[in-house]
Design a protein around this ligand. Sequence first.
Ligand code: SAM
Length: 308
Amino acid sequence: TDSVKRLSFKRCVSEGDLVIVYERHDNMKAIKVCESAVLQNRFGVFKHSDWIGKPFGSKVFSSKGGFVYLLAPTPELWTLVLSHRTQILYIADISFVIMYLEIVPGCVVLESGTGSGSLSTSLARAVAPSGHVYTFDFHEQRAASAREDFEKTGLSSLVTVGVRDIQGEGFPEKFTGKADSVFLDLPQPWLAIPSVGKMLKQDGILCSFSPCIEQVQRSCETLRSNFTDIRTFEVLLRTYEVREVKMNSFQGDEDRSTELPPCKRKQRLNEEGNGLENPSPPVVMARPSSEARGHTGYLTFARLKCAA
Ligand code: SAM
């Protein structure tokens, strides 16, 4: 369908497209292409008209010779550039959720809350072209902004946003027995679990995201009556900075070498190449990035018990 093409497979940029303008891994933004418009940044002035007809992934130049890349708006990149109206799920949790919920093309998925639509965007791609995501948030403005975003990303035929208090009222009755999977990112998910039990098809799977273990415990207590295979995971993404360093100029190690006894210290200095005609070649070092995110939350999965 057109929406799937717009999301991942369209090859060349055209008027009205959403593109992700990539300066660096930590500096990207989503821009709608308009023939008469320009993008101005520290690398110069970029005419959108120069972008039209170029394949996604192209490097494009400004009048000053600066450059950026034009990337296709995949859900992975959208999660990095969307405007944060709430806390969002990031790609490490998202990919795990989609795999464990066994979401494939054609699935019907229920979600609450919609939040900033970060997860919904990936859910939509996973169910395309014939499935559907029904996502609910009780916050009207958030629901409206999410709808606008799904228009922008070309996903509105795959996602429907409803305004509803899911903890208070549960999911709408019309979805009873229709959902392949349900995802909850709510402050008191245990209040919505009885409704989830009604919405799921036989063997359907629930996932609930909670930042604190106390919420997980409470959800698990509620899950025990109707669900089986209850498992909680925490996904920790660890980014490493990898670079080449010369051992004889590696400050941290020099300091520590003074803790060694004198004979070992001499051996170590020789190994590092100090005072030798042919110093050791640089070595590749990896250390955890200072920007690495740690805990996001716990993902609790459970499968609906078969009716006796
Ligand atoms: N998973 C989303 C994402 O990746 O963008 C973020 C969800 S955000 C943390 C939680 C959302 O739940 C908020 O937008 C909030 O308005 C909504 N919410 C809280 N209580 C709710 C309720 N009782 N019914 C429906 N939505 C609710």
